[in-house]
Design a binder for this molecule. Structure first.
Ligand SMILES: N=c1c2ncn([C@@H]3O[C@H](COP(=O)(O)OP(=O)(O)OP(=O)(O)O)[C@@H](O)[C@H]3O)c2ncn1[C@@H]1O[C@H](COP(=O)(O)O)[C@@H](O)[C@H]1O
Length: 88
């Protein structure tokens, strides 16, 4: 079965707590809010460009990366999916 938003959030929370060797997420969390923020902006631009000029599948992949970096920021700040959902 494919991974959901909640599944990814649970996985990233676990990674933040256990800090497995070689995890890119641990590196990104340690790099901090400023670095994660830059990745969010970069991936947002890639979503825009893919939407205009690339295939739907490539666009979906860029969107998944944007969601990953937003979730990394959520974990860094201690925000949960419910904190986000209450504004949807
Ligand atoms: N979904 C993602 C995911 N999406 C994007 N990324 C990272 O974000 C990068 C974005 O792609 P770019 O094209 O910007 O790559 P890049 O230019 O090489 O960027 P940098 O990695 O150099 O910053 C990817 O190379 C990954 O490093 C992700 N890294 C991890 N996950 C998932 O997060 C979970 C934990 O991953 P690890 O922490 O790596 O174990 C796993 O389920 C992974 O599948």
């Amino acid at each position: 079965m494919s991974k959901t938003f909640e599944d990814l959030y649970a996985q990233l929370t676990e990674i933040a707590a256990t800090r497995p060797e070689g995890s890119g997420t641990v590196e990104r969390l340690d790099a901090g809010v400023h670095a994660i923020g830059k990745k969010i902006v970069e991936e947002a631009a890639e979503v825009w460009m893919a939407s205009e000029y690339q295939t739907l599948d490539e666009t979906a992949e860029e969107m998944s990366q944007l969601i990953y970096h937003v979730q990394t920021m959520m974990v860094k700040l201690g925000l949960t999916p419910d904190d986000i959902y209450r504004y949807l």
